[in-house]
Design a protein around this ligand. Structure first.
Ligand SMILES: [Fe+2]
Ligand SMILES: [Fe+2]
Length: 178
């Protein structure tokens, strides 16, 4: 099976950079959790990692750290939609710390990689990213989340139909026709 099933581009340099990460058993567990609708956490991290790699490479930045941290940025390993009394705080605020903690148990990460993982939710988490690569992931992560959600919407006929009916119904209500 193609390890890069979520991507259409095959890039051997990129694959070499993240090879040890994507073959790690704990990291592979991300495939068990859906992140944005039908996109798994693993595929989302792969998308973010690859876009960060491409952008950082184009602008002469540290694309190796960006790709590696991108692949680990959501290594929280739980279904964030299901409430768990053992988890304190809101997922949006806490998961970067969890991902960093989990990643450090598995890999030696440089300071920049740690900052990229820890700050990827900025500005939701208030502390400013320290590096350009960290700023880039904040944008790429949001772009990927929107793209993955829209992909689900546009690939789901019944959901589109439901929205169309809801739109017509609300329009009729607005004009007091019903
Ligand atoms: Fe995240
Ligand atoms: Fe993410």
């Amino acid at each position: 099976m193609n390890k890069f099933e979520s991507l259409t581009v095959k890039d051997s340099e990129f694959e070499d950079i993240i090879k040890d990460i994507i073959t790690n058993e704990t990291v592979l567990e991300m495939k068990k959790f859906n992140h944005h609708y039908d996109t798994t956490c693993f595929d989302h991290c792969m998308n973010v990692s690859y876009y960060c790699y491409l952008i950082c490479k184009k602008y002469g930045l540290d694309y190796v750290s960006a790709a590696r941290a991108g692949m680990l940025h959501d290594l929280f390993l739980y279904n964030w939609r299901i409430k768990d009394k053992n988890r304190k705080g809101l997922h949006a605020f806490t998961h970067p710390k969890t991902a960093l903690k989990n990643s450090l148990k598995l890999f030696n990460l440089n300071i920049k990689e740690q900052d990229i993982i820890l700050k990827h939710m900025w500005p939701v988490t208030l502390v400013l990213p320290k590096y350009k690569e960290s700023f880039i992931i904040t944008l790429v992560d949001k772009y990927s989340a929107i793209k993955e959600s829209l992909n689900f919407y546009f690939n789901n006929k019944s959901l589109r139909l439901l929205h169309r009916y809801a739109y017509v119904f609300l329009s009729l209500m607005a004009f007091k026709i019903i």
